[in-house]
Design a protein around this ligand. Structure first.
Ligand SMILES: C[S@@+](CC[C@H](N)C(=O)[O-])C[C@H]1O[C@@H](n2cnc3c(N)ncnc32)[C@H](O)[C@@H]1O
Length: 320
């Protein structure tokens, strides 16, 4: 049993089954044993997964170009700050080098009080702790995490609270008996924060996820766990040793953002975003000079971005 599993088991013994958001929070972000706090790097070949953001410099050059061009279309001039949520290893630092750049992750960085520019993120919202619900007899009931037979198990609890109910009715209904859904309250809190601090500019979110209309495609929910490049649904196993993600509810980001003053501008595949960035000769810049090995590597990055990740990942761009 992992050290973290022992801690969570004690908490369950003390206070009963825990909300899944609590289990996910501890699994990923416990100060000592959380997946993202450990010394071992979760990213890359020796880690558990790759992100588009690691395909540098091609991803960085194209995204930075697209952000500059959209800010230009908004008539924004002068100094623009880029804030990155969940910046991870800081892969985008070079791409945003011409602008004040504030990476935010667990170990530091914060939204400036008031600023103009862009809030960028890649695979940030899918890493936020979510609650889980099941549709039962016309109601949404909470799925909590208990301990039984020497393992963590799902426990069906009472009706979800009012905020979760409202969320599910807005962004995930109608649903069939027995279907599983997630509630990403943290995503809403981040939209509120961003809208409060951003004076003018863009919120540029890259991630994988679904719209309210697409929610029915996931009757078993969207929780996934990643370990050594293997995806599985075993999210309750070995807490702290594996990544856990939930697909991003794009309609929730869009509609809640609207209520906070963020106007939806574009919602598209990542491939579309990158192709639009490429218009202004950015492909040539992204493919760059250098020896033929470097050029081949960059061409492979572009291919993966456009034809692999580009079709599954999406970009939501909101404007204030
Ligand atoms: C899936 S990783 C993505 C990292 C990077 N953006 C990339 O694409 O390679 C998610 C990142 O979000 C960070 N994160 C999660 N919750 C956070 C929070 N509340 N505040 C700041 N960073 C957070 C994690 O530490 C992690 O580095």
């Amino acid at each position: 049993m992992t050290a973290l599993a022992a801690l969570i088991r004690e908490e369950v013994a003390r206070s009963g089954p825990v909300a899944f958001s609590r289990f996910m929070e501890l699994s990923l972000y416990h100060p000592q044993f959380g997946y993202y706090r450990r010394v071992r790097d979760p990213f890359g070949k020796a880690g558990d997964y790759y992100t588009a953001e690691q395909l540098q410099p091609v991803f960085g050059i194209l995204i930075a170009a697209r952000i500059r061009s959209l800010l230009g279309e908004m008539g924004e001039a002068g100094e623009m700050t880029v804030v990155e949520l969940g910046a991870g290893r800081g892969e985008m630092a070079e791409a945003f080098a011409g602008m004040p750049y504030i990476p935010i992750d667990l170990d530091g960085g914060a939204l400036p009080d008031r600023f103009r520019g862009c809030v960028f993120s890649n695979e940030f919202f899918d890493a936020l702790p979510v609650d889980v619900a099941v549709r039962r007899s016309g109601e949404f009931r909470e799925m909590r995490v208990g301990w039984s037979g020497e393992r963590f198990v799902w426990v069906e609890a009472g009706r979800v609270d009012e905020e979760a109910e409202d969320y599910l009715l807005r962004y995930a209904a109608p649903r069939q008996e027995g279907e599983i859904l997630e509630v990403n309250r943290e995503a809403l809190r981040w939209m509120e924060r961003v809208a409060r601090h951003l004076e003018r500019g863009l919120v540029f979110t890259v991630d994988y996820g679904y719209t309210a209309r697409e929610a029915a495609r996931f009757p078993r929910g969207t929780l996934m766990s990643y370990r050594r490049h293997q995806a599985s649904e075993a999210v309750l196993e070995d807490p702290g040793e594996r990544d856990i993600t939930a697909h991003v509810p794009f309609t929730a980001l869009e509609e809640h953002g609207k209520r906070c003053g963020l106007e939806p501008l574009r919602f598209e595949t990542l491939a579309r975003t990158l192709l639009d960035a490429g218009h202004a000769d950015e492909f040539a810049a992204a493919l760059g000079a250098g020896d033929s090995a470097a050029q081949t590597r960059r061409r492979m990055q572009l291919k993966t971005l456009l034809f692999g990740m580009g079709e599954t990942f999406r970009t939501l761009i909101q404007r204030k």
